[in-house]
Ligand binder design. Sequence first.
Ligand code: COA
Length: 486
Amino acid sequence: MAKKTKKAKAKSKPAAKKPPRKAAKAAAKPAAKKASAKPVAKKANGNGAYPKPSSKPFGMDGKALQGVRILDFTHVQSGPTCTQLLAWFGADVIKVERPGVGDITRGQLVDVKGADSLYFTMLNHNKRSITIDSKHPQGKRVLDELIRKCDVLVENFAPGALDRMGLTWEHIHKLNPRMIVASVKGFGPGPYEDCKVYENVAQCTGGSASTTGFRDGPPLVTGAQIGDSGTGLHLALGIVTALYQRTRTGRGQKVLCAMQDGVLNLARVKLRDQQRLKHGPLTEYSQYGEGIPFGDATPRAGNDSGGGQPGRILKCKGAPEDPNAYIYFITQAPVWGEICDVIGEPTWKTDPEFATPKARLPKLNQIFARIEEWTMTKTKFEAMEILNKFDIPCGPILSMKELAEDQSLRKTGTVVEVDHPVRGKYLSVGNPIKLSDSISEVKRSPLLGEHTDEILSSVLGFKASEIAEIKNSGALSAPEKKEKAA
Ligand code: COA
């Protein structure tokens, strides 16, 4: 008893400084809750409650976006790139296509007659397809139901097309306040916002074309689809970020990625150079060494390295007859000594004319011509092997044929062989983003409308009679069938 009193006394000591009432109340609350609640998840990083770490092996506890349902209104390349990534991460992607036609790319660049093109199949893996005429009253009914059941609507129609279907933000948000509406457009708000845009338009208006190519040639577009696929990637990040914010706010939001913005983001180093121009010539550009004055805009730099480490594409054994017998070679400063030894110019290590990066800048043409004399004695793979031993940064110019046959890319799933019921086997690029606990399997793209019935019944819960009614209305079929049904 005495002990008890002592303890109580000791405890009550700090209480002499009475905590404010509010704080005391707040402190009391969780204690009361704790008594009845189930084990509560611990806070991680002070940023919310998480479940206990899974005890299942990595890769065996579902997919990252499991439970997320996407209403996919995308077509051509930019939007489909985005929704394909989300599907690889486990989202249920329901692709809405126009009856009879579908995504226009199904029939573009056709290589196997009667089969969906590679253009379509390679951008629409792991999705389900439903055909709906979005302008038909019964089609609108189905779409409204889908809006209620989905988490994200993704679209890349021409500006205003979604509104013309009646799917305004207000309409969508009223049906489902949690819905995230994600769009790709050519331009953001401004003078060009109403324009339709394709890949190369974005490359040209986003600063890529004006800075690509050789100084004495015209602007060039690149083979990498930075306008379409690049913007699709940006959009995917916007969507998962909005999904994350929704876990806190409970509401959806609009996500907009303009292709011009996406390209400019990828070309940001060229805007850096634009500003550097005010302070003098860009010394790492070949034109500096050639004594050619700079103008008032970032020039095209050929194959000069984008960073502060001068680099060039150099011929290897077999060039130029073999169009890809080339290697990219970077004269990184810390390995300058090794470069000199490899190419047989050991005196350049100490010669003040060559020994420092600054001294070398005006002589890049002479230096790379000498290095090329050496690379031309080797195949690109031999050169790569020798240079890698000395940590000299370089990379062979790999053709699409070589990439398609590369066994290491097959092993990682970056290049995959997919089987398709109409076209047979084909190669595709798998998910380039590898998550250790969400393994991507590449499943073939859907046939047009392949999952229409399945989605109407299992996602929307329509009865057989309702499905028949919608079908008979012609909202899900091509015009010829509509006439028949009428
Ligand atoms: N049911 C009924 N109508 C449908 C439909 C469906 N399921 N799906 C599409 N449509 C209609 C649209 O409502 C639109 O009709 P409207 O013009 O009467 O409103 C029509 O099809 C054409 O859509 P649109 O997006 O204008 O296609 P397009 O082939 O004329 O233009 C682009 C293609 C890519 C130029 C254009 O969509 C665009 O600029 N998109 C944004 C930027 C972009 O993503 N570009 C890159 C593409 S890789």
